[in-house]
Design a protein around this ligand. Structure first.
Ligand SMILES: [Zn+2]
Length: 440
């Protein structure tokens, strides 16, 4: 005998739900929340008004003018601690000249919805919204409160978003036991696997943004000397390039590989770790602390040796790696006391346990709904707001069940970002069912 919430769920017309998801997402993508400057208030009000129309009580908070985050709660029976559905409303800017379509037109074309934020992460935000609306319409009373939190300012480090909430609304971040957020992916052809892989992220790499400041003796370009700030900087960058760092297999990456191997995801021929690293740069980055040189500054006249020069480095450390130890090693490698460091962004994330009730439910639902699918843990390469929740003891997972080819999922932050409509169908069905079963 199915229970009441199961019976209600059986009556859902998923074609209708998908049509609503698609039209809401297209409208949402037309709100330009490029960050900087963000201007997320319009997005928060857009989502908030939809929730209010369906009877939700909403709360808005403004960290700075126009930087608005939104919260709505579907009250549960209180028999278990809340589950949070977290999303961010801002997007990275789009360079229109490189796009085939207007990135803020919310176009539907070739079976996809196109636009900046389709993948990161307005598409997922609308799936979370759809789950909230379905619960309300079906009259399901969960045992856990369901919290919808749509935050501003994720893309530039969250100081006007979840970090601000952490200071000014700490209770909001402490109350959930679990959270589902961006990160992870549901991919076909993921690492060449022949079965669909739902990679679920219990952790993420930590960004460490460093600027090197080289100083030297200024002078006339016609008289070279050996205390040239530009030359010092070039030497330092050369030393960093040839720094031989051992690769590390994070326990979650190892578990992912083992899971895929045990499930014969690659058929008869299991690729070696080295093959995977060579073939998939993103996987390579998952097994190393990485350093990308991203900027150079210095000099003001062609015939003047400047007194200083700078370089920016985007370093990303594996989960659990000490940022201080990394900086000490970097200093040793550069070995030049006329080069000083400053850090612009450093963020470390904890790792959420992967053997939990929520992960069990995800495995069960994914297994039922997508034939042959495998659920694995995999840290997220970028950083997400989940780090702040993990700091507060919340079990937070990157779980985006929008199934698509892994190469399309890699379009996050790129040109022609788009999400396949059929992926949204799988996504909303799985997300709803995971939440329903978990809070039932
Ligand atoms: Zn994002």
């Amino acid at each position: 005998m199915p229970d009441a919430s199961q019976q209600a769920a059986n009556a859902i017309d998923w074609d209708d739900v998908l049509a609503e998801v698609v039209s809401t997402l297209r409208e949402y993508l037309r709100i330009d929340t490029s960050n900087p400057p963000g201007g997320e208030e319009t997005a928060a009000r857009f989502l908030g008004e939809i929730l209010e129309r369906e009877g939700f009580v909403t709360e808005y908070v403004e960290a700075a003018p126009g930087r608005v985050s939104l919260r709505a709660v579907l009250p549960g029976s209180g028999d278990a601690a809340p589950l949070m559905l977290l999303n961010h409303t801002d997007v990275v800017p789009a360079q229109r000249e490189f796009w085939d379509v207007d990135p803020f037109a919310g176009l539907e074309q070739d079976g996809c919805i196109w636009g900046r934020g389709a993948l990161d992460m307005k598409g997922m935000g609308i799936l979370e919204l759809a789950v909230m609306l379905l619960f309300k319409r079906l009259g399901i009373v969960p045992k856990r409160d369901l919290i919808f939190l749509a935050v501003a300012d994720e893309e530039t480090g969250s100081s006007q978003g979840i970090e601000w909430l952490d200071t000014h609304r700490p209770a909001w971040l402490r109350e959930p036991e679990y959270a589902i957020n961006e990160g992870g992916m549901a991919g076909l052809n993921f690492l060449g696997a022949q079965r669909p892989v739902f990679a679920c992220a219990p952790s993420e790499k930590g960004p460490l943004w460093v600027t090197l400041h080289a100083s030297g003796t200024p002078g006339h370009g016609s008289v070279p000397h050996d205390n040239n700030a530009v030359d010092r900087l070039v030497r330092a960058l050369g030393a960093i390039r040839s720094w031989d760092r051992a690769s590390t297999i994070d326990p979650m990456v190892q578990r992912s590989i083992d899971t895929l191997r045990d499930a014969h995801a690659w058929g008869d021929r299991q690729p070696s770790l080295d093959e995977l690293r060579t073939r998939y740069p993103a996987f390579d980055a998952m097994t190393n602390d990485t350093i990308s040189s991203t900027g150079l500054g210095g000099g003001f006249k062609h015939n003047v040796i400047p007194a200083d020069a700078t370089a920016t480095l985007d370093c990303r450390l594996l989960p659990g790696q000490s940022h201080d130890a990394f900086l000490r090693n970097l200093r040793e490698v550069i070995d030049d006391d006329q080069i000083t460091f400053s850090t612009q962004l450093r963020s470390e994330s904890g790792t959420s346990d992967f053997d939990t009730e929520l992960i069990d439910v995800i495995r069960e639902v994914v297994g039922e709904q997508v034939e042959g699918a495998i659920v694995t843990p995999l840290p997220t390469l970028g950083f997400t707001d989940s780090r702040v929740l993990r700091r507060r003891g919340v079990k937070a997972y990157g779980f985006v069940p929008t199934l698509m080819d892994a190469s399309l999922a890699a379009g996050i932050h790129g040109h022609n970002e788009r999400v396949p409509i059929e992926g949204l169908r799988t996504g909303v069905q799985i997300l709803f069912e995971v939440v329903r079963r978990f809070v039932n």
